[in-house]
Design a protein. Sequence first.
Length: 115
Amino acid sequence: VQLVESGGGLVQPGGSLKLSCAASGFTFSIYDMTWFRQAPGKERELVAVIASADGSTNYADSVKGRFTISRDNAKNTVYLQMNSLKPEDTAVYYCNARGYLIAYWGQGTQVTVSS
């Protein structure tokens, strides 16, 4: 089982990034997929989740209207489009796959928002 995040980097405030998480080794389409993030000295927090059953989405209040989560089951990939980035979005972003009684994590990708 693997979850491999990519797309992180350094971006100026107000900029955009698109994160990807490529999954392998399990039946991606039946897993709810979630993006979490963890800033230095802070607890890991949920950013956005997309359900396997109907593709419904939920977001943390801090990113609503700026971030969009999506998935492509044919490519076994989940995405996080991040717009209007703020310095407080700086964190390591992790991909999570949640199934029945089991969950998988990626290794994380660093996002730094700074001028």
